[in-house]
Design a protein around this ligand. Structure first.
Ligand code: URA
Length: 428
């Protein structure tokens, strides 16, 4: 049935409910170029202001899925499991997690993105490994998954093309921060990717999309409902992003830290979250006879899966990682407890050092970033290194140091007032 764009816009402007037919029509007509950008912008703003109910969000998500191809992993002989994080500073968990879950018995087909703004992108991180390729055909993806158990690669242009167009429009019309639009955008791609089960890592805090726990919980609940309604077993963890995750922030630096985890070491928070998410994925996928993730980190089988996965995508897991030419040390101005370390400010500093991009087409520096020498709760001594900044050009340090103004507080409290690493768990 054909509609008129103005009719659809005015329903939402007047706080009405869009029918399934209206949603199908407007998404399809916009993808084909029949509904103009200015009309879709008005509709997106009406949705941001007036919301959508559960049925409307599910219909909106399904319409975006139908705009493109749907992948199918039914030829594989083991259950598939995937994870999606809403993104944060130092969030490199996909890197150790995908091979770890593969080593424990599930197949992990993971389509990932690039970073924009202060949060890093998984593909940018992996591209710091010499030779590694992000773009694979569907046949190549299947071959990598069969040989390594996991594949992490870029989503092809055929997956939810309506979302690609809508996301670009939201980016320039102030309509990104709408829970129905974020949830449907993420879940349309995850459902189209064809995984049987999905674990969501929804971050809360300064370095996350959702600054407070209540908004993060609402986003998580909406996404769990969408996944469940689409027949994907979906679980969400709410996790802390008030401070950076781990000690290293930046592309090659985060690969380095991920390899430390796969070798049985690494910072406690990265290890804890990786193991917890691995257990959730194996449970959601109902993998028969799944191995224990902690054991797979200890006995080297997760590292073996990583080496196979990187090698199958053209990368050399033994090649030295790129290093930045310049470094600058930030020292502690006083002795005491590091009480806060703001995730957003550290993320912006890493971005200004060259680890992130301002526009989609910008290159990123592989070696740039921040290495933390202390985390909140740790004791620090006046004059001791607090963090080291890395950049390809020394001219970047001034702006990065400006971003770090007020980023940390040293006090005499006995421990810092932090969010728990795992705040909550949501299921259908
Ligand atoms: N990530 C997405 O894929 N879509 C959004 O809307 C926000 C984050």
């Amino acid at each position: 049935m054909g509609f008129d764009a103005i009719e659809v816009i005015t329903v939402k402007r007047d706080r009405g409910e869009l029918s399934a037919a209206q949603i199908d029509w407007v998404i399809d007509a916009y993808t084909r170029g029949e509904v103009a950008d200015e009309q879709m912008s008005a509709l997106l703003m009406a949705i941001l202001l007036n919301g959508m109910n559960r049925r409307e969000i599910a219909d909106w998500t399904q319409a975006m899925i139908r705009s493109g191809e749907r992948m199918d992993w039914s030829a594989l002989d083991r259950p598939t499991a995937d994870k999606h994080s809403t993104g944060g500073v130092g969030d490199k968990i996909t890197l150790p997690l995908a091979p770890l879950v593969a080593a424990c018995g599930a197949y992990v087909p993971q389509l990932s993105g690039r970073g924009l703004g202060h949060t890093g992108g998984t593909l940018d991180k992996l591209e710091s490994i010499p030779g590694w390729r992000a773009s694979l055909s569907n046949d190549e993806m299947l071959a990598v998954i069969r040989s390594a158990g996991a594949v992490v690669c870029a989503a092809g242009a055929g997956l939810a093309p309506a979302d690609k167009k809508l996301y670009a429009l939201r980016d320039v019309t102030g309509t990104v921060e709408s829970i129905p639009l974020i949830a449907s955008s993420i879940m349309s791609k995850k459902i189209a990717e064809g995984t049987g089960s999905l674990v969501l890592d929804v971050k809360a805090g300064s370095g996350a999309f959702m600054k407070n726990v209540d908004d993060a919980r609402e986003l998580a609940r909406t996404m769990v409902e969408l996944g469940t309604d689409a027949g994907v077993r979906t679980v969400a963890l709410l996790t802390a992003m008030d401070r950076p995750l781990g000690l290293k922030v930046g592309n090659a630096l985060e690969v380095e830290e991920s390899v430390e985890v796969l070798a049985g070491g690494g910072p406690a928070d990265v290890v804890e979250l990786t193991v917890r998410l691995a257990r959730e994925m194996l449970e959601a996928a109902a993998v028969p006879g799944a191995r224990d993730p902690e054991q797979a980190l200890k006995d080297g089988s997760a590292m073996d899966a990583w080496r196979r996965m990187i090698g199958a995508q053209g990368g050399d897991p033994d090649a030295p990682l790129p290093k930045a030419a310049e470094s600058a040390v930030v020292t502690a101005p006083a002795s005491g407890t590091l009480v806060t370390l703001d995730a957003l400010k550290v993320g912006v500093a890493a971005w200004r050092l060259g680890a992130g991009r301002a526009r989609k087409e910008d290159p990123v520096s592989a070696g740039a970033g921040v290495v933390l020498h202390a985390k909140p709760g740790d004791e620090v001594r006046a004059g001791a290194p607090l963090m080291t900044l890395y950049a390809d050009e020394a001219g970047r340090f001034d702006r990065a140091l400006q971003a770090l103004e007020g980023a940390y507080e040293i006090g005499d409290q006995d421990g810092a007032d932090l969010l728990p690493l795992v705040i909550d768990r949501l299921t259908a």
